[in-house]
Design a protein around this ligand. Structure first.
Ligand code: 6CS
Length: 338
């Protein structure tokens, strides 16, 4: 009798302990826009490892297509179905117009080291953007660059005139349309899932993306002429549902911020040299690929069209956008010394 009672007490104790442990640990869900091993996945995996090594929580990663397109995973995060999401301003621009700042051409320099310092130190990135995301119920944890944008087309080009009549796929934000219109092309906003097929069937004649993605998504197979225009970087952002984040204990909020900081460092290390490696893989895989690096003079013809896009940005975003732009430029000056 005594033994039974002891056992019962012990098992109830174990059960209660298990229950309380279970109540304290959670399985969080995190979706991003890319495939296994791509830049956003490197970030997500490093984030997951940090969370799981430093807490009892677990994290489930969902990659491109598992829960839908980029807009779907953002909706799921705002609805609280997902706790974390990585969505790029190329898509968020429709929700947070100021995020379109990354599509003003020739605002960011091409030099990787300067760009990385900018993301680390920028007040616009690290202080102003979190407030804009918060208005949409999102806790912005990190913004980071993935790689310099390279345009791919059905034929090489060196001047805006060459883009006349070309349907260039862009991510779905209105300012990018302005950019490609200014460049002389016909902008065609499409979600990612339609890009490869669109190029293959000739509905679109080109698109822009960083080299790792052109390689990993096999875009060079259907759009083999790569042109370095130097007009911008692919930037992305990782965030949490804000109600979820605010409901965490202070300790867990620290854990999440530290995990994002750790994932950022791992990702920045990953992207260094990635563009060159990806280009080598592309050239190894295809004889059809051409690479055109525009000269300073050729770039000038595109750069001259940037001010009209900047004006449109300010028209679209008003005073707040203008303030953000001013800070963005001041932050850039601080890292370039110009
Ligand atoms: O072009 C796109 O839509 C995709 N490009 C990259 C580099 N990441 C995800 C995004 O959906």
């Amino acid at each position: 009798m005594k033994a039974t009672k002891l056992l019962t007490t012990a098992s109830i104790g174990a059960l209660l302990f298990g229950m309380s442990a279970a109540a304290q640990s959670a399985n969080w869900r995190y979706a991003h826009e890319e495939f296994e091993g791509d830049v956003q996945d490197v970030f997500a995996v490093a984030f997951k490892e940090y969370i799981e090594e430093n807490s009892d929580n677990t994290l489930q990663i969902y990659r491109f297509g598992e829960l839908g397109e980029s807009d779907d995973i953002m909706e799921q995060t705002q609805a609280g179905i997902l706790q974390f999401v990585n969505q790029s301003p190329g898509f968020t621009g429709a929700l947070i117009p100021e995020a379109q700042i990354f599509f003003i051409p020739y605002l960011l320099p091409t030099d990787e080291e300067t760009v990385l310092r900018f993301f680390d130190e920028s007040v616009a990135i690290n202080e102003m953007f979190p407030e804009l995301y918060a208005e949409q119920g999102l806790e912005l944890l990190k913004m980071y660059p993935e790689g310099e944008m390279v345009v791919t087309l059905d034929e090489p080009f060196t001047a805006p005139e060459d883009l006349r009549g070309k349907n260039i796929r862009i991510m779905t934000n209105p300012l990018l349309s302005e950019t490609y219109r200014a460049f002389g092309a016909t902008p065609t906003p499409l979600p990612w899932g339609e890009v490869y097929g669109g190029l293959q069937t000739g509905i679109i004649q080109g698109q822009e993306n960083p080299l790792f993605w052109i390689e990993s998504g096999g875009l060079y197979e259907v759009s083999p002429n790569l042109v370095f225009t130097g007009h911008g970087w692919f930037t992305t952002a990782m965030m949490a549902n804000q109600d979820f984040f605010n409901g965490l204990s202070e300790e867990e909020q620290h854990l999440v911020r530290d995990a994002a900081g750790h994932a950022y460092s791992v990702t920045i290390e990953h992207i260094s040299g990635l563009a060159e490696e990806s280009l080598a893989k592309i050239q190894e895989a295809s004889d059809e690929v051409t690479v055109t690096r525009l000269t300073e003079e050729q770039i000038q013809a595109f750069r001259e069209r940037a001010p009209q896009v900047e004006e449109r940005f300010v028209e679209m975003t008003g005073e707040r956008g203008a303030e953000l732009l001013e800070q963005f430029k001041a932050d850039l000056e601080a890292v370039t010394g110009e």
